[in-house]
Design a protein around this ligand. Structure first.
Ligand code: 8BR
Ligand code: GLC
Length: 491
């Protein structure tokens, strides 16, 4: 594969997407937004944190693999696990204790918009879409301030029984608290020592402590649900935050109620505009029962598109009964990309999707069901556009507008990503899944599905990694929808 060629394709794709975006009427984005308190950890921070505990206690807790942060020791254990593997993770905390402890013992560098829906809304707003309707069931006054003031982001608000679209600053619910997550970012090559063991962090990544206050409910206000047509016209919806659903609630309701209501919203959106496409952005979901319910009951059969990273592919496969494939995705090594591809195909089949977009460091894979409405070149353009956005975001920490996103074009295509793809080429051509020529373009024409594989741009020293996955998925999804609209308009 020729790296220069991929650089040019990125540039061309960026301008194509830029031309297509104005054809969109709008997007709907729900449900999760929160405030991210971000701390970039140094080696000194690490030794300080480890120093608060007995090292053998830390080791025992690491072995126990806590799936919830009930006390500070759980936090240090999950942080060390995440850093050792260089793997992102998100672990819930149901009380404010760890928040207080972190404030006192560590502190944060800065706060910004967090939560997939919050991040995606701001990105789409800044890309200049005509209208972005954001919906956050727990929109507090403080949270509302984190939406960008681009003027195109609106939020439903009930006034005298009528639903109106208003800027978030005029649509918040008075008197409710804010959800603050802690983001612990760490860098590649940091040295970590604990209980006589030393390891080097293999890549930049982060651990998220996700606060889950009691009042958090993943649902939609009844009146907004009933008057959902007020948010039209929109061409697509990006939904996320389902990981917040709990097995049981104090009022006797269970996850089943929340799953059922979530599906009703999706079905209603589709009935209001049968052309509307729905994307779900997955994240780390610790509870296996909830993870399975989200995949098999909300995503399967109801939505068109799914976005996720490699760890999430493995975790999804695991609860869907594909343990072996799941382990080989996690184990990576030489066959990593092969397993990832097979895993993505499996998800598309099991969940009956039109599109599965997997982003990894250095390359993206998108599996497409037969009959999808664009050519593979057009789908490839959407992915390449998102790679430019990811690069701009990693470079500058955020994207102010479409013009600034162009800075991403200066970031080189990952040579490691390209190598991974070349490994995959041998597998692909060996099994006659595609010809070497097709692969050069990044296309796989299968009998049951098609696929696109692109090398992506990677920033050597990223400002932060949190939210890049959301940027990739949202960028590619809107670019795809915009291209569909542009084609329909005959231009
Ligand atoms: P999640 O947030 O869903 O885990 O996705 C993170 C994504 O960010 C990765 O899949 C990778 O593609 C991208 N990414 C990371 Br991490 N570091 C990056 C970097 N330095 N430059 C560009 N993309 C990056
Ligand atoms: C999850 C986290 C949130 C973070 C986001 C980034 O939604 O809860 O804190 O900002 O992921 O993708």
């Amino acid at each position: 594969m020729d790296i220069e060629e991929w650089e040019q394709r990125h540039a061309e794709a960026f301008y194509n997407a830029k031309e297509a975006l104005p054809y969109l009427d709008g997007m709907f984005v729900a449900y999760n937004s929160n405030i991210d308190a971000i701390r970039h950890l140094t080696e000194e921070d690490l030794s300080k944190l480890v120093g608060f505990f007995d090292e053998s206690d830390i080791q025992d807790r690491v072995a126990a693999y806590p799936r919830e942060i009930a006390e500070p020791l759980d936090f240090v254990a999950r942080l060390l696990i995440s850093m050792r593997e260089g793997k992102a993770a998100e672990v819930p905390a149901y009380t404010a204790d760890i928040h207080e402890w972190l404030k006192e013992h560590l502190g944060f560098d800065y706060a910004r918009m967090g939560g997939q829906a919050g991040i995606i809304s701001n990105l789409l707003g800044r890309l200049g879409l005509k209208k972005v309707v954001a919906y956050v069931p727990w929109l507090s006054e403080e949270q509302a301030e984190y939406f960008t003031a681009t003027g195109n982001i609106l939020h439903p608000k009930v006034e005298n029984g009528k639903v109106l679209l208003k800027p978030p600053g005029e649509a918040f619910k008075p008197g409710i608290g804010s959800k603050v997550n802690w983001i612990l970012e760490y860098s590649k090559d940091m040295n970590v020592t604990c209980a006589g063991n030393t390891f080097k962090v293999p890549r930049d990544n982060r651990l998220i402590i996700s606060s889950r206050p009691k009042w958090l409910r993943l649902d939609m206000d009844k009146q907004i649900y009933e008057q959902l047509d007020t948010l039209l016209p929109v061409d697509g919806a990006m939904l996320s935050g389902y990981q917040m659903i709990k097995e049981e609630y104090e009022d006797g309701s269970t996850y089943k109620d929340y799953v059922e209501n979530s599906v009703k919203v999706i079905e209603k959106l589709k009935s209001l505009n049968p052309e509307l496409r729905i994307h779900v952005e997955l994240t780390s979901i610790q509870n296996r029962l909830i993870r399975k319910a989200i995949l098999t009951e909300i995503v399967a059969r109801h939505v068109h598109s799914l976005g996720l990273d490699t760890v999430e592919v493995a975790n999804a496969l695991n609860v869907l009964g594909h343990e072996e494939l799941s382990y080989s995705v996690i184990r990576k090594g030489e066959n990593g990309i092969m397993s990832l591809y097979q895993g993505a195909v499996q998800l598309m089949k099991d969940l009956d999707l039109e599109r599965v977009h997997v982003h990894s460091l250095g390359f993206y894979i998108c599996i497409l069901a037969k009959g999808h409405p664009l050519t593979l070149k057009e789908h490839r353009d959407s992915l390449l556009f998102s790679s430019v956005l990811a690069a701009a975001q990693a470079l500058n920490g955020n994207i102010e507008n479409l013009a600034e996103a162009e800075a991403g074009l200066e970031v080189p295509v990952s040579s490691i990503g390209l190598e991974d793809l070349e490994n995959f080429q041998l597998y692909c051509t060996g099994r006659k899944l595609c010809t070497p020529d097709e692969f050069e373009y990044g296309y796989v024409y299968g009998s049951e599905h098609d696929a696109i594989l692109i090398p992506s741009k990677v920033v050597e020293r990223p400002k932060a990694t949190v939210g890049i996955g959301d940027t990739i998925s949202a960028g590619a999804f809107v670019a795809m929808l915009a291209k569909i609209k542009q084609k329909h308009s005959g231009k």
